[in-house]
Design a binder for this molecule. Structure first.
Ligand code: SAM
Length: 220
């Protein structure tokens, strides 16, 4: 990722946004699509699993995975404010010792991150211009399960995304959003030997889970 987009992410997802999202999470729990993703992953067998949550925000997915019996995890995030909020919540819930945090662009950091059982990117691909590189770096770390939430190419989102990027440009803010086509994302994931197990859509989002060996996973 260009440093400009990096800086843009930290600016966009700042302390104010992180506090708001943490408050919302504490009040209402995980969003609908995060809950779908969590249920799909847990259905594939999360007990005892290690996980990597790229761009985990306030950590809704991570807290859910630990609650479902995951043994330990890694949170990589380009937003220091989100990392701090996720950690604060992990401390409150009593599992901070199970989650390691790394700050920065995951694609740049990926070589330092060991493979894990479960890798998730919940609404992260749309923040990143080079989808191929992000999927390559993350899918190659997934030993068993790979989960994604990313936006659908609906007219509303195409127009909304362009408008948002235009406003960002006018306000001289570097953060942009990206709508990567479904077929391109799927093809890139499948290059890593991952097979699609679940695909559910909400009005705005694709929620997908891939596994390396579905026949074996089903019994776990
Ligand atoms: C829209 S937020 C989603 C947060 C959370 N997963 C959720 O669904 O509520 C996007 C997240 O992805 C992170 N992010 C985007 N690109 C990233 C990258 N290349 N490396 C690490 N984190 C990234 C942002 O910092 C932010 O935490």
């Amino acid at each position: 990722m260009s440093c400009t987009q990096c800086a843009g992410i930290a600016q966009e997802f700042d302390a104010r946004v992180a506090r708001r999202d943490l408050r919302r999470y504490r009040k209402r729990g995980a969003s609908k699509t995060t809950t779908w993703l969590l249920d799909m992953v847990v259905g594939e067998g999360a007990r005892g699993a290690t996980f990597l949550d790229v761009g985990g925000g306030v950590g809704a997915l991570q807290h859910g995975l630990v609650r479902a019996g995951a043994s330990a995890g890694i949170h990589v995030d380009a937003s220091p404010a989100y990392l701090a909020a996720a950690r604060e919540e992990a401390v409150r819930l009593g599992h901070a010792d199970r989650i390691r945090s790394f700050e920065g662009d995951f694609v740049t950091l990926a070589a330092e991150i060991e493979p894990v059982d479960v890798v998730t990117l919940d609404r992260v691909i749309c923040c990143y211009p080079d989808m191929d590189a992000l999927v390559d770096a993350s899918a190659s770390r997934a030993r068993r399960i790979y989960g994604l939430v990313f936006p659908r190419e609906r007219l509303l989102l195409r127009v909304g995304g362009r408008l948002l990027n235009l406003v960002q440009h006018i306000r001289r803010r570097p953060f942009n959003v990206y709508l990567h086509p479904l077929q391109a994302v799927e093809a890139q994931v499948e290059r890593h030997g991952l097979l699609k197990r679940f695909h559910r859509t909400s009005f705005l989002w694709h929620v997908q889970v891939y596994t390396r060996n579905p026949a074996r996973q089903r019994g776990t």
